[in-house]
Design a protein around this ligand. Structure first.
Ligand SMILES: Nc1ncnc2c1ncn2[C@@H]1O[C@H](COP(=O)(O)OP(=O)(O)OP(=O)(O)O)[C@@H](O)[C@H]1O
Ligand SMILES: [Mg+2]
Length: 310
């Protein structure tokens, strides 16, 4: 059984394998970065028997095509039907951020950063309910063990430095960055430049060959020190326009809150001009099945719906 698009993926991988010396250069396999396919997608192809996992460490998972996959490619080539996409436009991260509506430029930035060899750190900032946390969450889902998720206000007792030295993540996801304590903040400054901290304890140096990418979110920039801000590309998410807000609300209510298209549409329409907060829409969606949309809006937001009294 093959999923849609898998044929293209394994064909691209076969091209890659044909273009390099698998016995010499890639004895331990290639990684997602070489083939430009997301780790989550590769691990699915592995589960489906198209890839062998020839090597695995904390920082590197090496794959190669299985005989089964090669046989399928040859069979497919003989049919001569499908025309595979060009190598440069492999579906780069088709599985990533699919639950986030809009924000196309932020998605593109984050994907570029995730693919880059050397680290670029980024901080998402802006008003509440713009999917900042959702971006971090999606990255964590895709990168699994390679990513560590932290909320600034609740970093571990062991401290950030020890956590990173021990788990050697590739990506550090920090939500509510402005709430991080001073000690962790100081550690972070050093880590972001790939430096070593002088420590009494041995075995707590960070591996410089495993550079860390930091992806953070914060409502408030003013609370962050200038040297910390300087280490990040600061990407501001602007509030949704009215039409973006309607699209986001409809999408979130149908996909995540399980509302019918009609009811989601009704909530979105009736909220238009009254709120720009997606969380308002979610609250309304949760009460609407019991009391109806109008009543939910008036209970939660107060006052009469719609009418502009003066
Ligand atoms: N563009 C979007 N696509 C999908 N869901 C969205 C989008 N924008 C907001 N949401 C939804 O709105 C809610 C709030 O999103 P999220 O928690 O990511 O916001 P945030 O930017 O981190 O806010 P805060 O600054 O308050 O932490 C979530 O339920 C999320 O699913
Ligand atoms: Mg958040």
């Amino acid at each position: 059984m093959m999923k849609d698009g898998d044929m293209e993926l394994i064909t691209e991988i076969a091209k890659f394998e044909a273009s390099v010396d698998m016995e010499k250069e890639y004895r331990i396999g290639w990684s997602w970065r070489h083939v430009r396919i997301w780790p989550a997608t590769l691990s699915r192809l592995f589960k489906d028997g198209f890839l062998d996992n020839v090597f695995r460490s904390n920082s590197f998972t090496g794959y190669r095509l299985t005989e089964k996959a090669k046989a399928i490619i040859i069979a497919n080539r003989d049919e001569g039907s499908t025309e595979p996409k060009s190598a440069s436009q492999v579906n780069l991260g088709d599985d990533l951020f699919t639950d986030i509506i809009g924000h196309e430029d932020v998605k593109a930035l984050l994907k570029a950063i995730l693919l880059s060899e050397k680290p670029v750190h980024v901080m998402l900032t802006g008003p509440p309910a713009l999917a900042k946390t959702l971006f971090l969450w999606d990255i964590e889902q895709t990168f699994g063990e390679q990513a560590i998720w932290l909320v600034g206000s609740a970093t571990s007792k062991a401290g950030l430095w020890d956590l990173v030295a021990e788990r050697e993540p590739k990506i550090l996801l920090i939500d509510e960055m402005d709430k991080m304590n001073a000690v962790d903040m100081a550690a972070l400054l050093t880590m972001m430049e790939g430096g070593r901290l002088v420590r009494a304890k041995r075995g707590r140096e960070l591996d410089i060959n495993n550079p860390l990418k930091v992806i953070a979110a914060s409502n408030r920039l003013e609370k962050l020190s200038p040297e910390l801000r300087s280490r990040f590309a600061i990407r501001r998410l602007n509030p949704y326009s009215r039409s973006e807000f309607l699209t986001v609300v409809r999408g979130v209510l149908v996909r995540k809150e399980g509302l019918s298209n009609e009811m989601a549409e009704e909530v979105a329409r009736k909220l238009d001009g009254r709120s720009q907060d997606v969380r308002d829409a979610i609250r309304i969606a949760r009460l609407a099945p019991q009391v109806g949309v109008d009543q939910a809006i008036s209970l939660l937001l107060g006052g009469e719906t719609g009418a502009n009294s003066d």
